[in-house]
Design a protein around this ligand. Structure first.
Ligand SMILES: *[C@@H]1O[C@H](CO)[C@@H](O)[C@H](O)[C@H]1NC(C)=O
Ligand SMILES: *[C@@H]1O[C@H](CO)[C@@H](O)[C@H](O)[C@H]1NC(C)=O
Ligand SMILES: *[C@@H]1O[C@H](CO)[C@@H](O)[C@H](O)[C@H]1NC(C)=O
Ligand SMILES: *[C@@H]1O[C@H](CO)[C@@H](O)[C@H](O)[C@H]1NC(C)=O
Ligand SMILES: *[C@@H]1O[C@H](CO)[C@@H](O)[C@H](O)[C@H]1NC(C)=O
Ligand SMILES: *[C@@H]1O[C@H](CO)[C@@H](O)[C@H](O)[C@H]1NC(C)=O
Ligand SMILES: *[C@@H]1O[C@H](CO)[C@@H](O)[C@H](O)[C@H]1NC(C)=O
Length: 482
């Protein structure tokens, strides 16, 4: 016989103090368990918390699902107020040199692990090597890296890139007779901070790095050669992220689709008080700063796979990375929030470091308007009658509670666009009454919420009545804040 621990109680006691966690590990069946002489409903795949070993204050399947409907207004990047030059694009730029350009570079035989080498001073590490060949050739450069992205430049020109953890790339390259420069830019995009041995995972081009076949047919392993290293970019040292360096170029046509380039512009803050984001669609991969503050790394050209998304999503059961996927085929982020407190009304500086090629003239502002806030609390199981009695003596919970809250300070709930207690269907913005609904729902929610910045409504048949006995009910609300 196999024993599967579907239900468990973890009890913590000291003196007369007692707290307990009751769990149902079954991913489909709801359960009714007895604990210390009381019975408790445990929906599938949930945990109840009993801070006094008697009263449930939270069950993880009964929390509110809260969402908002927001819309974005697109505005062009406005030139700073008082800008004299309307003829130029407003953008200036500096090219970041390919390969070694800083005085603090150093040489070492072999390939270095990146995290230990940069000591977190920069995302970027250059690996550079010169080789002399008897004859020119077209061949393949094989590179193995622990991640997270690399760009390979041969004689100053981008030959290919690779991304991922434990990446192996084969890049076709053309080499000339005589001296050839191989410059590999390796970069991290944030380091893992969880999991077993995460700190020893490492990053960077740890090899091998091999030229697969030369003119004479032999391959050349470059892994143990005398590589020259540079931690960080020249521009990071000069401080263009603050926009202060004096070498910005703005005279000729703005270069677009260009690797390793810094861009800068000055802009006026969008008017109004709605939250501001910068829409970096059109850029390739890099980092952005507003008034010297980093607003994040961007990579809008890196889209997720097109498949794997489904309309239905069941949170129950063990987590897998492929579960409940949304936004298939889209990049993970295109909008970068800029707190209004970082912005001056008339003049601000936006600096971008672009690695692979983009067009900064496509950058726009997106200001965010919140049309609705919604909350939906469901009972996932047929409740037994005690759950619905707010009888303090019984030591059991009352029904779950719906929480509704305006997103910004100084706002109040101004109207209830939808409220249904029973079997409402749909999602925020598209809620519909089901075939079971209490006719008191709208007035109960209006009374409890309008004029407050937040409100709590208990799902109780004492207030809503019971529109369909024995059926699992839920409360769905859509409201406006002003
Ligand atoms: C092939 O050419 C490379 C580079 O020119 C040289 O280092 C290597 O010794 C040559 N191999 C043979 C077998 O001649
Ligand atoms: C960094 O160096 C330390 C000390 O030499 C070593 O223990 C650690 O494994 C290295 N980390 C990585 C990621 O290689
Ligand atoms: C390694 O390369 C650097 C830069 O080219 C050079 O200065 C140094 O002398 C070389 N080291 C050896 C041991 O060859
Ligand atoms: C950018 O440049 C690359 C390489 O030169 C080229 O393949 C690509 O089509 C260009 N993209 C755009 C949008 O111009
Ligand atoms: C961001 O810009 C792209 C391209 O201009 C546009 O398609 C997209 O709708 C914008 N996103 C938002 C939220 O405004
Ligand atoms: C849960 O158990 C109690 C006590 O045994 C019982 O009265 C009640 O009907 C049960 N509820 C469900 C939903 O099975
Ligand atoms: C209510 O709708 C559900 C499905 O949405 C259906 O199973 C049920 O039979 C309906 N009940 C009534 C009374 O129509």
């Amino acid at each position: 016989m196999v024993l599967v621990f579907l239900f468990w109680a973890a009890v913590y006691k000291t003196g007369s103090a007692c707290a307990a966690f009751l769990a149902n590990n079954d991913d489909t069946s709801d359960a009714n368990v007895t604990f210390n002489g009381n019975s408790y409903d445990l929906p599938a795949w949930s945990v109840s918390i009993l801070p006094d070993c008697r009263n449930v204050v939270l069950n993880t399947a009964k929390i509110s699902s809260v969402s908002t409907i927001s819309s974005f207004t697109t505005e062009p990047l406005k030139e700073e107020i008082g800008s004299s030059d309307d003829s130029c694009s407003g953008w200036s730029w500096i090219s970041e040199p390919v390969g070694i350009s800083k005085a603090d570079s150093f040489s070492k035989f072999g390939l270095l692990e990146q995290v230990n080498t940069t000591g977190d001073r920069s995302d970027y590490l250059w690996y550079s090597l010169s080789i002399d060949l008897d004859a020119g050739t077209q061949t393949v450069l094989h590179i193995e890296s622990l991640g997270h992205a690399l760009h390979a430049f041969i004689n100053g020109k981008l030959a290919g890139s690779g991304t991922g953890n434990k990446v192996k790339v084969d890049i076709p390259v053309t080499l000339v007779a005589g001296k050839n420069t191989i410059d590999l830019l390796s970069l991290t995009v944030g380091l893992k901070n969880y999991g077993a041995f995460f700190d020893t995972a490492g990053a960077g081009i740890t090899g091998p790095v091999i030229l697969k076949s030369l003119a004479n047919g032999s391959s050349l392993d470059l892994s143990s050669q005398n590589w020259t290293y540079q931690i960080g970019l020249k521009g990071e040292d000069l401080g263009p992220s603050s926009g202060s360096s004096g070498q910005w170029n703005s005279q000729s046509t703005l270069p677009t689709n260009q690797t390793l380039i810094w861009y800068k512009t000055n802009f006026a803050s969008p008017s109004g008080s709605d939250p501001v984001a910068i829409n970096l669609t059109g850029m390739g991969k890099g980092e952005a700063w507003v008034n010297g503050q980093s607003i994040g790394r961007y990579w809008p050209t890196n889209a997720s796979p097109n498949d794997g998304c489904t309309d239905s999503c069941n949170y129950r059961g063990a987590y897998q990375a492929s579960k409940c996927l949304k936004n298939c085929g889209k990049p993970s982020q295109t909008l970068y929030h800029v707190p209004r407190s970082w912005l001056q009304p008339e003049s601000n500086t936006l600096v971008l470091f672009e690695e692979i090629g983009g067009n900064p003239e496509q950058i726009t502002f997106a200001t965010k308007q919140i049309a609705s806030v919604c909350s939906h609390v469901s009972e996932s199981h047929p409740p037994h009658v005690d759950l619905w009695n707010s009888d303090a003596e019984s030591g059991r919970t009352v029904g779950p509670v719906l929480l509704l809250e305006c997103p910004y300070p100084n706002q109040m709930i101004s109207s209830i666009k939808f409220a249904s207690f029973g079997t409402p269907q749909g999602t925020c913005g598209n809620f519909k009454h089901g075939n079971c609904s209490s006719n008191k729902a709208l007035s109960v929610v209006q009374k409890g919420c309008i004029g407050s910045s937040s409100c709590r409504i208990e799902l109780s048949i004492n207030t809503f009545g019971d529109p369909c006995k024995g059926v699992a009910k839920s409360l769905a609300v859509e409201a406006s804040c002003a």
